[in-house]
Design a protein around this ligand. Structure first.
Ligand SMILES: [Zn+2]
Length: 279
């Protein structure tokens, strides 16, 4: 009985939910607010696949707060600027499962930064580029006149606009922005828990220690985690669709090609993040 009745009922619920979510999304655009996790139905999610991820999503040239694949986070899951940000819905659902498991083990995970689009990243990058935001205590505009050299210094920890995994909604920063925090006491306990368990929930760490296995890219970030089932689709699409000349529209973008920022930074990630989850 169940096999003949459940599929149509399932489909009906799915279609109905999609309709209401669709209405809500239109309202969302007008009201400049976003739905919360309560309104997410697993069936209503629009799965992004290798074939459907558009260039504007890959480059972060869209408004995540107005996009139906993104959702606002509950306050207990985030802090700081993340309270004003959104996250990909599937990534958030996976995060909540991980959050609950960590909490049961006495570890609290707090998202400190989630989705940042091209324009957000441009404001960070250009502040560092033009010296209004100091990097390592230095005004780079005054102390590093060579463009390529200046870009490489900023690239130690900040992405060029159009090349950040934070554009995708699949990646976030947890608990603290300093590696040192995760090397002793409470921070070490949190890090060890994540290293032992995050993968079970689909999360990987793209910016591991640099060395033979990861010779290029950003310096190590013990706080940055990525929802691989979705991020890997973005990676594949990025490789197929984004060309070096598309990394433009910000101060210093002329260095993107000579630095080969796509090869060395977008793909300068830990090899484990290229693996297929569950295989
Ligand atoms: Zn990050």
């Amino acid at each position: 009985m169940k096999s003949s009745f459940w599929p149509p009922i399932f489909l009906l619920i799915s279609l109905t939910t999609s309709f209401f979510l669709s209405c809500e999304n239109h309202a969302t655009t007008r009201n400049s607010s976003v739905p919360t996790i309560d309104s997410i139905s697993q069936d209503s999610l629009n799965p992004m696949s290798f074939d459907t991820i558009e260039i504007k999503y890959l480059l972060g040239k869209f408004t995540p707060e107005e996009d139906s694949n993104f959702v606002k986070m509950e306050d207990l899951h985030c802090a700081g600027s993340a309270r004003r940000q959104v996250i990909d819905k599937k990534t958030y659902k996976a995060f909540i499962k991980m959050y609950e498991a960590a909490k049961a083990d006495g570890v609290i995970l707090t998202i400190k930064s989630a989705t940042r689009n091209f324009y957000y990243q441009k404001s960070i990058w250009e502040a560092k580029w033009n010296g209004s935001r100091l990097v390592g205590g230095k005004n780079l505009a005054q102390t590093v006149p060579n463009a390529q050299e200046r870009a490489r210094i900023i690239l130690k920890y900040s992405s060029m606009p159009g090349t950040s995994r934070h554009h995708w909604g699949t990646d976030f920063d947890l608990n603290a922005f300093e590696n040192e925090y995760f090397e002793s006491g409470k921070g070490l306990k949190e890090f060890q828990w994540l290293e032992a368990n995050a993968r079970k929930f689909g999360f990987g760490r793209p910016y591991t220690t640099k060395g033979e296995h990861r010779p290029q890219g950003y310096e190590e970030e013990k706080w940055h985690w990525s929802y691989l089932p979705l991020a890997q689709s973005y990676q594949k699409s990025y490789k197929a669709l984004v060309k070096p000349e598309m990394i433009s529209g910000f101060a210093g973008s002329e260095t993107a090609t000579s630095i080969d920022v796509i090869k060395n930074y977008v793909f300068g990630i830990d090899p484990s993040c290229f693996d297929e989850i569950g295989k």
